[in-house]
Design a protein around this ligand. Sequence first.
Ligand code: SF4
Ligand code: SF4
Length: 135
Amino acid sequence: MAIKITDDCINCGACEPECPNTAIYEAAFDWKYSDGTSLAGSTVLPNGNKVDADLEQKPVSDEFYFIVTDKCTECKGFHDEPQCAAVCPVDCCVPDDDNVESEEVLLGKQKFMHPEWKQELLVFQMLVNLLYLIA
Ligand code: SF4
Ligand code: SF4
């Protein structure tokens, strides 16, 4: 299942940089599906919803840091445990009972947002740039 942030959040910001999917945002900030993912333009999500990945979306919370459910994979595919929950000083990153997903679905979301060929292409481009700088 996805993780959610409860109203015990003290807005410390420790969780935001830890999220491998850029699924965590500061209160009242707009967010995009394309932030920190390979998604771009008109996109059909694994759950069937059609979105514009580059379009700014309204904040989920105006008071506390929030998690975008569609982007949260419980850190599957990257880490053994939810990184936001691991660093939160007040333990307010908790399982979202309203958004229960199997490990298979969570891994599918991760691969959908971060296709391996795009990751490999990115590494290749970085290596080319590095060689260009050294030469
Ligand atoms: S569980 Fe992982 S993917 Fe989900 S919001 Fe927390 S850090 Fe991000
Ligand atoms: S680490 Fe916890 S308290 Fe700090 S912003 Fe994130 S959810 Fe809120």
